[in-house]
Write a protein that binds this ligand. Structure first.
Ligand code: FES
Length: 108
């Protein structure tokens, strides 16, 4: 059973944009795309960039530093120079609040 953390109001999220939240001392990036909320590691696997500051295109985020891309659904690095996946975390929405669990990534 997952341990859930209340990290944000759903109203804090804007379509096709990211925000950073801290969960158990770890930064997670939240994105709202087509009405669905995704939570991924906020750190690019290629270098020192925060993915919450990236550009959202479809269900992918483009890293603001070297334009590597990651799937928000699977965490897969879909465009270089990024080649390692980021972790994707379980999200649930309850009563207008966004809850994230860091117990186990969805994609590893
Ligand atoms: S730091 Fe993200 S692609 Fe290089």
């Amino acid at each position: 059973m997952n341990t859930w953390h209340d990290v944000a109001a759903q109203a804090d999220l804007f379509e096709d944009a990211g925000i950073a939240v801290t969960v158990q001392g770890q930064e997670v990036a939240l994105f709202s795309v087509a009405g669905q909320v995704h939570a991924i590691d906020n750190a690019c696997t290629h270098g020192p960039a925060r993915l919450c500051e990236g550009w959202v295109e479809g269900a992918e985020v483009e890293c603001p530093l070297h334009q590597g891309r990651f799937s928000l659904e699977t965490g897969e690095a879909t465009f270089g120079p990024a080649c390692e996946s980021v972790r994707v975390w379980p999200v649930r929405i309850d009563n207008g609040r966004v809850w994230v669990s860091l117990d186990a990534p969805l994609n590893l």
